[in-house]
Design a protein around this ligand. Sequence first.
Ligand code: HEM
Length: 510
Amino acid sequence: MFLSLIIGALILTLAWDFFRKLQRSAILKRSKITGPPTIPLLGNVLQALNLGPDSYIHVFGDNFNKYGKTFRVWILDECMIYTKDLKYFEAILSSSTLLEKAELYRFIREFLGDGLLLSTGSKWASRRKVLTPAFHYKYLESFVEIMDRNSGILVEKLRKVADENTPVDLSKYVYLAALDVITEAAMGVRVKAQNDPNCAYSKAVKSVASIESNRMSSVTQRYNWLFPLAAPLVYRRLQRNLRIMKDFTNKVIRERRAILERSRADGSYQPLSLEDDNIGRKPKMTLLDILLQATIDNKPLTDVDIREEVETFILAGDDTTTSVVSHALQVISRHPKEQECIYEELLAVLGQDPNTPVTQSQLLDLKYLDCVIKETMRLHPPVPILGRYIPEDLQVGDKTIPGNTSVVLIPYYVYRDPEYFPDPLTFKPERWMNGKEASLASFAYIPFSSGPKNCIGKKFANLEMKTFISKVIRHFELLPLGEELKATYTFVLSSSSGTNVGLRPRKTIK
Ligand code: HEM
């Protein structure tokens, strides 16, 4: 009797599993989209159990080799389509309606809330409209001073370990410098992470980002209901650090709102305006000020609205920039000829004295460095994976993607495809010279994504990357020391072996 009940329940569960996947499976079959073999109920869960940040990206490569440019994976009843086919990139990224992020972003929702990166619909559109002017070149000028000052501190920290013989893992230093820049630009506070790497706030940001990215490749920590049970200590650490971040941001918002209200009361309030020629030189301009003064439908944003946007900027802007700057410096250290070309350009555009502050227009003139950064982002894309949720069936060429599916676009493998980039594994900044980029296939190179939900901080990031890289190379010759890169995926691309270089202080100015 008991056995019959169990067998009956099992048959019912299998039938339920079969029918809830039936429609999607049939469409995939008609579209000839296959993937690794599945088992009933679990799908590909057993294969996923072996995944970790270090294997995640490489497993996609193996699957592309086996199943072609597009393959599917089932995790329980969650259907995911992984692709490096540019037809899918175009159909999805240029759509003005397919804005919802794929399931894999659920891990960042906990700390980014419904900020710009994850929001959709009218909430996203109105916020994006309010925030876009913040990245106008006039506002950006005031951020260059913050970038320059913090790159100076970075160089001083590196000087202490620059002995020409010891490999230095740059990512640790660059991460703190980038955190100092983005927190000051976003909130107007000097967290001074470079001087105090153990301060509660910077440790909390690092810990939250690392726990959430590990969850992505861990089946036991993947589901919100299972996570507190499967890893209670990690769960509690995450909650504690989220609270530290929220308390800190809330305090800064309250203080700046109070300043704004006092200035309105005493008549000294001057609304921010792009018409103001001095705006770039105003010392206290931050992204937070723009949000505090913004109105949507004639209503100011609440503290919660503002906090989710400010935290989105911090988390979207720190690890990404760190990834590119540290990979670029590592790659440059292994390419002496290119390093020489960069240094020549720095002397020509920025002058002989490495301590002279840089300006936005000088940074924009660093054309060769621009090509080096582009080539670094091709070989080591900071955001190697992009995902969207597809609610309804979507026709792409002769294939149909079933509704209720996540599509994961993997530019990492497009950038390594000889069809688009001949000799793809070789570092060649000259690929980007003399407007050659224009002849690339559409969507073949999208480090900042493309379409309506592309990166709002792109210009900010380019200025910051150039400021950091130029400052380091003006002060040090980079030497090819230490372990080579080992790609690992932690929301952004990083290297599990570090991004190692040797540093030789430049003694003479040419
Ligand atoms: C090298 C540095 C950076 C890279 C490569 C990068 C790349 C990207 C990419 C690929 C996206 C789209 C993500 C997706 O669709 O899943 C994105 C979105 C975004 N980025 Fe960046 N980013 C960088 C730096 C920054 C910085 C410095 C900021 C802020 C100052 C920033 C703020 C944002 C925001 C707010 C979004 C969401 C935009 C929206 O959905 O409307 N990013 N970024």
